[in-house]
Write a new protein. Structure first.
Length: 486
């Protein structure tokens, strides 16, 4: 029963959404004369998990039709109809919350009915308030502006004199050019980001890139559309930073961002900051650059200090943002900000994550202060069922066992860690490779530290310097140096 499509949908509903769906299903306008109110009342007894042993087709049917013989086909038809209604409900909710879709629907309705006054007033209000309708993805915002201009040009075609039509055509062409350029450089940037570092770009991107003078086009667009073109320049520089692994293009994109900070809507600021930080991460994959690593922290701290770490309408702080801020603030000894994270910002995580991440954070702090026993005590308090910390706990535990000289525990955890990685299919390949590199060098350093193989240190150090490892690199180098100086 719980595998039915309608049950899968109902499981995702919050309590207010379930009540809203009941009202939706009761409306003759939406249900088309089909009565599903009683069926929903019965299903509500098993909501939200639908895991009760009593939840069966026979029990549902007996409550719907007391005393009547069970007919599976009747229930299948009712579930199918309710599923269609639930799909309509989800689509309606998406439509109601998307101001652009509502606006486009109105304009198209006025267009089809030849209501010029209503169309003119609506399109003017749309342009006047466009900045208020800005959404998180800047490309989507430009796409909607392009669609507005296209609807306007189509509506006025044949209705006014040639000069007006040419003016509308010019506006549409200009916005369409902006849209194409931004779409292409964004797409190219995504390809450059998602491809492996040494994997060639798709041929079509190379052809376009090599045969189009993007710099000249962007300069022209900046002159004609100064309010929009900074986005294209921003995306284009991020694309070049990733494609050519050149940090100068990252800093050009960052300059564009800060030069336009006053005019960029908040959701777009947040989107741009995340794009900048992602770009830094990909640059770091190809080279170890302390300046770039520090730059990541500068941007993360800027994001928190300017209240850009939580998206509008979302009360939950993204876990990745918190973890990056926490580990980097400790790494750069910015302990005032670390305490702010652990005492204030942490409360915006999902409630189930607050306690384990507070314990993990204070364990990291104790490790930073070389209070290794206290760090291990705090770490051992964390509930290991918290999946998002399984890797972090193992990495920190392995470092603590090494620092405390618990050699047997160090060998044991590193072997179990290797087995955990090999059996876990939910860890991304790139992250798995990074951690396996850490394990490889950790194991070699551990063997040297507990044996008599100091002559192998120089060779190991050179290999570590050549490897593009970001996880634990500084700590591993520090342990090699300590052994060298013993």
């Amino acid at each position: 029963m719980d595998k039915l499509k309608i049950i899968q949908i109902l499981k995702t509903f919050s309590k207010p959404e379930f009540r809203e769906f009941q009202r939706f299903a009761a409306s003759p306008y939406f249900n088309g004369g089909r009565n599903y109110v009683t069926l929903l009342k019965v299903l509500k007894h098993y909501y939200p998990d639908f895991s009760s042993a009593k939840f069966s087709k026979e029990n549902v049917y007996s409550k719907l039709f007391p005393g009547k013989e069970f007919k599976d086909t009747v229930l299948k038809t009712m579930f199918s109809g309710l599923n269609s209604l639930a799909e309509d409900f989800l689509a309606q909710k998406m439509f109601d919350t998307n101001k652009f879709e509502v606006l486009h629907a109105k304009l198209n309705a006025y267009h089809n009915r030849n209501l010029e006054k209503q169309f003119s007033d609506t399109i003017k209000a749309a342009y006047d308030k466009f900045h208020e309708l800005e959404i998180v993805d800047p490309l989507d915002a430009l796409r909607n502006k392009y669609e507005l201009s296209l609807i306007e040009a189509t509506f006025y075609n044949g209705r006014r004199n040639l000069n007006i039509k040419n003016k509308e055509f010019d506006v549409t062409t200009s916005v369409a050019t902006l849209f194409f350029m931004e779409y292409f450089v964004t797409y190219a940037d995504e390809v450059a980001k998602s491809n492996a570092i040494n994997q060639p770009m798709p041929e079509i991107i190379d052809v376009i890139h090599n045969n189009v003078n993007f710099d000249e086009i962007i300069s022209c667009l900046i002159e004609s559309n100064p309010g929009e073109s900074y986005k294209i320049s921003f995306y284009y520089n991020l694309y070049k930073a990733r494609r050519f692994r050149d940090k100068k293009f990252y800093f050009e994109a960052k300059t564009i961002f800060f030069n336009n900070l006053q005019v960029i809507p908040k959701p777009t600021k947040q989107s741009f900051i995340f794009l900048l930080m992602n770009c830094l991460t990909y640059i770091l994959k190809s080279s170890k650059d302390e300046k770039i690593e520090k730059e990541r922290y500068v941007m993360i701290k800027f994001m928190f200090e300017n209240s850009l770490h939580i998206f509008p309408g979302d009360e939950i702080l993204p876990l990745g943002s918190f973890k990056n801020a926490l580990t980097l603030s400790i790494s750069y000894n910015d302990l005032e900000f670390t305490n702010e994270l652990l005492e204030n910002h942490i409360n915006f995580l999902h409630k189930d994550l607050i306690r384990p991440y507070k314990e993990y954070g204070y364990s990291l702090l104790a490790f930073k202060r070389s209070d290794f026993k206290h760090s291990l005590e705090l770490l051992q308090k964390i509930d290991l069922s918290e999946y998002s910390l399984k890797l972090d706990i193992r990495i920190l535990s392995s470092k603590l066992y090494f620092e405390l000289g618990y050699w047997e525990s160090a060998f044991t955890i590193i072997e179990s860690f290797r087995k955990f990685l090999s059996e876990n299919i939910n860890i991304s390949l790139s992250l798995k490779e990074q951690i396996l590199s850490f394990i490889k060098f950790y194991s070699e350093i551990l063997k040297i530290r507990t044996g008599n193989r100091k002559d192998e240190l120089e060779y190991l150090k050179k290999n570590l310097e050549k490897e593009h490892i970001t996880e634990g690199y500084n700590w591993l180098m520090e342990k090699i140096t300590e052994i060298e100086n013993q």
